[in-house]
Design a protein around this ligand. Structure first.
Ligand code: FES
Length: 152
């Protein structure tokens, strides 16, 4: 026969177990819910596919020369034959978006808007540009110049 103290202790144990079960259930459901919220707020980054694209031939681009072409998304890219080899660099300045050009005499990319200078890899040398210019991989096969471009 249970006395009053044992009944109270047993009731308390049941309450504690019920509370732990409820708290555990809430934690699990909030964990799942939190996961959905995080996935919603931080959607998966789309993997950018690159395409090897024939742009020119080495005979058409002597040392120091450059030309601008459009990539598969319509953005402008400079292909330049620099002292460090063929380079494909975005023309869009990382400061305020002006169009950068290749300056053969100094072997630099220059943004005329606020005088930012970039080296042959697009790294900032001077000026207000906060980041390097976007660079694209150049592949030489035989005498053909391919550039790895983002698919449209
Ligand atoms: S936009 Fe190029 S330096 Fe300002």
């Amino acid at each position: 026969m249970e006395n009053n103290n044992e009944k109270v202790a047993s009731k308390s144990k049941r309450k504690i177990i019920a509370f732990i079960a409820m708290a555990g259930g809430l934690a699990i459901s909030h964990g799942f819910f939190g996961g959905y919220v995080v996935r919603y707020l931080l959607p998966k980054k789309k993997k950018i596919k690159l395409r090897q694209t024939l742009i020119s031939n080495v005979k058409k681009l002597p040392t120091g020369q450059s030309f601008v072409f459009k990539d598969l998304r319509g953005s402008s890219i400079i292909l330049a034959n620099t002292p460090d080899g063929f380079k494909a660099i975005s023309t869009t300045c990382t400061h305020l978006g002006c169009q950068v050009r290749w300056e053969s005499a100094k072997s630099v990319f220059v943004c005329p808007c606020h005088n930012a200078y970039f080296d042959t890899d697009g790294n900032v040398m001077t000026g207000p540009a906060p980041k390097p210019l976007e660079q694209f991989e150049v592949i030489l096969e035989d005498e053909n110049i391919f550039v790895m471009l983002k698919e449209a």
